[in-house]
Design a binder for this molecule. Sequence first.
Ligand SMILES: [Zn+2]
Length: 254
Amino acid sequence: MGQQLNKAYRHFTQIALSVIFPPVCLGCGVQVSQNGVVCADCWPQLSLISRPFCPIMGTPLPYDAGNGDEGEAFFSAEALHDPPPFDAARSVALHHGLAQNLVTRLKYGQHTELAIWMADWMFRAAVDFFDKVPLIIPVPLHRFRFWQRGYNQSAELARALAIRAKNKNCFFPEGLRRKKWTRQQVGLSAKERKANMRAAFEVPAQAYSQIRDQSIVLVDDVFTTGATVRAAALTLREAGAASIYVVTFSRALL
Ligand SMILES: [Zn+2]
């Protein structure tokens, strides 16, 4: 009975809220039928990543070569020539158009409310990663940048993902710390980014026992060269994490 009342109350609240705050398109703000969706005009500006993609890097493959007669998977050149320190990565969309717009608004525009809807997409793109009830760790900001911005966009996404995965207790931002002040990555070459990121992260001493032998989902807003998530994943790996899966909202193809 209590549960039914609770349900009715939630339903009523949703209706009341939708009258006061009608759902709007995440891209352009026109009114739409439900929250967290984009309108028909904005939809073509979102390049969702769908199969076939590399099972490790999560990047689109030019053709569906996998799952042939022997059921072997095909991998991207990057996965074969520069194997990452994480097990697999998934992203929702390519980093241009609407996806880039959403990431920018979340990061620099104080639009932290977008995190709920972006995390919803991220969860669906990487649903398998959540089977093992992983710890969900955001890529941390240096404390000076956190102080400048007031929030960490990746932590907003990670927290929303933990709620979406129905496991709020798995949100573990204390699991990783940025110890080195890194220059802005924008405008650096892949090689420079790698050097810039070396030794940028550490697992705080008090977090070691929780990281060891755990499955981790590492969350960031955008996967650009991969230097950041590779450095963060390597740090977690060295601390004894059993498996590391990376989820980002968007993915730049270089
Ligand atoms: Zn729109």
